[in-house]
Design a protein around this ligand. Sequence first.
Ligand code: ATP
Ligand code: MG
Length: 440
Amino acid sequence: MEPIQSLRGTKDVLADEINYWHFIEKKAKDLFSIANYTEIRTPILENSSLFERGIGSSTDIINKEIYSFIDKGSRNVALRPEGTASIARSFIENKLFSQKIPQKLWYSGPMFRYERPQSGRQRQFNQLGVEVLGSVNPLIDADVIQLALNLLKELGITNCGREVNSLGTLEERVKYKSDLIAYLQPYEKELDIDSQKRLYNNPLRILDTKNLKTKDILNEAPKLSNFFGIESQTYFEELCDALNSLHIGYTVNEQLVRGLDYYNHTAFEIKSSSLGAQDTLCGGGRYDELISQLGGPRTPAIGWAMGIERLLLLVKDSISLPSQYLDFYIVSENKSTKLKALQLLQIFRNHNFKVEIDWSYSKFSKQFKRASQNNAIGCIIIGERELQLNSFSVKWLSSKEQDSFQMSEIEKLIQKLDYYKSSYLKIIDNIDTQTLNKKF
Ligand code: ATP
Ligand code: MG
């Protein structure tokens, strides 16, 4: 029978990677907590119309990438492609606007987009993100961008490109769109196929095309910033001033439009040149109209999202985390010594030791080898002799030293284990990113 395979664009996270996930999740959680964000967990499944209304029906996400289906109750539902629309829905549904403002929220979890899988691009992927709902001020935008950069720094990822742009207001964009279409129309046949498709329904997206010929045509195109009124101009200037005063380097990229309809004013991306074609680590921006568009009270907001798989590619390359380890691996020889081992295991677990028993009856040398494969700090040996004396021996794998303990001498054992543990490995919680950062 053919074994069943995982779906294209989905991935298992196995033992060699899980420590990196925990590392990223812990760093993020600690940082968000210090910055006074609280976690929000929204359902993975939502009404399709939430994303159609929230993200915009002419975007790639809705047009091509959404995982939607009719459920058994004939509802049109979708696996969430991103976090912001769901959080906006939850903000309205749970009347979070009547609680403290701004609401500073963070989330982490799987997202789904039907895309062509490649390095850094999956169909089920994970995002970490934040949203600040209820306040508008370019200084908040700068603080939110700073938070993203701080997280990357905590993960040892520096040297990122930061691009910012302003998308102005909805009204300014409407005027700009018609001018842009008028400019591009004479070149319609010369545009790449994707841009031709976007010309009438989402012309702004043409600006971030990768096609060289289309880029050439865009050189002389009208600029969105020329359509800005005084409010948009000042907002962007104040953002740039704030970034400067925080010593955050950035470039202004007027072609940066982002793939979602809901942004206004600030849009930004953080990129890493080590990632190849899928180089965007983090994307975000301000979305002051989304919540009112979804039927809530007008609530200005800003947020960003990072792709965890892309973070992982960088973190894995640069940091070596210790794999799983054991305190003790119990080696024993026959039925009666294994029974003793089983009793010891319970005692050890009650004392928070991480212990594994070798259940085989293979030679001690083989069992020792497996102890090393399990990254054990010590091997507990229970042979016939130990059984008679109601004791056990410990072989410390790093020094090959051997000790003998009475069953009652657990305190003495703890002391000795602590000594060997500190010299043997540093566990994940103790990793000092200050020293890690020096490696980059
Ligand atoms: P891209 O241009 O790479 O498609 P996007 O603009 O569609 O990105 P956003 O919607 O802004 O991406 O999502 C924020 C982040 O989530 C991205 O910068 C990226 O790191 C990650 N991301 C988006 N789509 C995927 C995917 N299919 N697989 C893995 N990570 C993804
Ligand atoms: Mg995309």
